[in-house]
Ligand binder design. Sequence first.
Ligand code: SF4
Ligand code: SF4
Ligand code: SF4
Ligand code: FES
Length: 685
Amino acid sequence: MADPVKLTIDGREIQAQPGMLVIDAAKQAGIEVPAFCYYEGLSLQAACRMCLVEVEKMPKLQTACTLPVAEGMVVKTETAQVASARKYMLEFLLTNHPLDCPVCDKGGECELQDMTFRYGVGESRYTEEKVHTPEKQFSPVVFFDAPRCILCYRCVRICDEGMGVKALGVVNRGVVSEIAPNHGDHLECDECGACIDICPVGALTSGTYRYQTRPWEMDHVGTICTHCADGCKTTLGTRNDRIIRGNNRDQSGINGEFLCIKGRYAFDFYDHPERLQMPLIRVNGKLEEASWAQALETVAKKFNQTVADGGTFGVVGSTRTTNEENFYLQKFAREVLRTNHIDHHRTGDVVTLLDALSGKEGKLATVSDLYEKKAILVLGADLALQHPLLSFQIRANYRHHQAHVYVVTPGEVREDHYAAASVRGRDYSGLCDKLKAEPELVIVFDDSYKGDDLRKLAEFGESLGIPVKYIALLDYSNSRGAVDMGLMPELLPGYKPSGQPGMHLDEIAAADLNVLWVVGANPLKGGKQRKAGFLVVQDLFLTETARQADVILPAASAYEKNGTVTNTTGEVQRLKRGINTMGAKPDLEIMGFIAREMGAAAALGPWTTDVVFDEIRKNVRGYQVPLAVVATGGAAVTTPLNGRIPVPSRPDLVHSDRNGLFSSGTLGRYSKVLSSVMEGRSERS
Ligand code: SF4
Ligand code: SF4
Ligand code: SF4
Ligand code: FES
């Protein structure tokens, strides 16, 4: 690293790396220079001139967002001349800007409003009528109010550079310049909402949040997105047990401020009219509403009777329920119901990967590795559609660090635009020489690399002679936690062999069992008929499986409960309850109540998330993570077993749902936002 330069800002001597911008050097020293167009991580625009500062020996004010630091430089950010320049810039920006803050969505968190309070004049000298143009709807998600726009180009740059989509541009010149969408009057894009989020004023607003509330009327709850397995932190704005918006402006998670459409808007399944809010019991062939007490008693009685009769159970767990729920469920199945017929839908071959890498340290990459490592090899997946955060990280790595990205996929993908090499198909061996020349590598692969193919891939990676880390792509928010917590017949929590035969998912769904218990899964989808004598389902909706149940217990969503989930890179994060939905209960509570009703609660221990997480930390290999990190909303990296896993590899059981940007299994089907985007697209096509 080069020697730092010394400069003075507002009388304080500071040190900064050569090439650093004055605006960043000031920020590092705790001095805020106002800025509209400057945005950390994006290219420079120098469009707004709010960041003007005085620099000794320079005759005119300088833009701090474009000026690199220099040895001996003396900068003043708060002089009368600077304040006056900012005042006039604001007056200029407000020439046409409507003064509708009281009804503007951005009111209360608007950067223009803040600056006007700080530097602006109380009155405008303009008496001319303001130019008004009507608001436009660019897409189901994005609305645009041109008069409010201050032409900072942040939206254009985040869409181009951050998202790699380039869906926004500017039309016309001078005072009539206007932000415009890529398809004439509408947008065709990822609908991620990043442009809305980054807009410093209320020019871009969201179809879901607009006119709903004021920012200070909401509670802000940091939790984890329940859709894909990338594990984005989302801060839910809630009010009166309703989720009004999701964003991550405080950049507190592994995703910084990134969210895709699902994390930002597709929480809306929670109040779908078809959401289950009362238990249902089948009476004379028909599902009828029942009280919780009746439903729990019915289930407990049947479970106890079946155990007493030596009957058979099958248990199917979920890829979205918490680690605590998954751990408790497998314990319940194995210790109380005395069955090893327990499984879940496997979406990636984690077991083979861990086995193939046994004896090697530090082989699993994290989300931040994708931003930091010098080279990335993407195999199989269309990351921009299937793993938006991982795609965003790799793009940012390329832009900021010029990472070498290699792609081997069946079709074209967004990464092709900047890849050092793109190969169509599945064969990565031709990249061998290039990869050997890299200083380090992360290999990201989807479910098409499993079993022996995955062992070959690990052999290939380890033969390159450079440090290589791996990411097995999985589908849902806790797909990884389901494997780690032993929701499999062959493995107990922490990848310990169960040593007992047990049926797998498809066998369980098709078997003539006495009781089938399904928690947050849909094993009978696709027209499968139930074979079990008695079917209990815990879910949010009347899925294909729930429709065939004898008892349905309405479950809480991820936004309505506490607990932890583990993402595709093995990072454990905390879910924090944002709202309550009347009638629904967290799966852990439902299971605890069933255990209590059966008289089996003592065997399983308390069913509070803290107690179960403590048990997981003590007993599940790899989960001895620092409690303080998880409790304060951080991501703790798990370190799973580093040794052979002596169970047969079952690649035939691994299938990704291959969700795209606008789908997400059952929950996606009940999201109004995702449905409206899909409908809009199918109408146009
Ligand atoms: S919603 Fe996302 S993809 Fe669409 S224009 Fe805005 S930033 Fe670009
Ligand atoms: S719409 Fe917002 S982000 Fe885009 S240029 Fe206008 S003010 Fe800036
Ligand atoms: S990338 Fe995945 S985890 Fe992140 S917001 Fe989108 S769906 Fe949620
Ligand atoms: S922030 Fe420097 S010109 Fe806009």
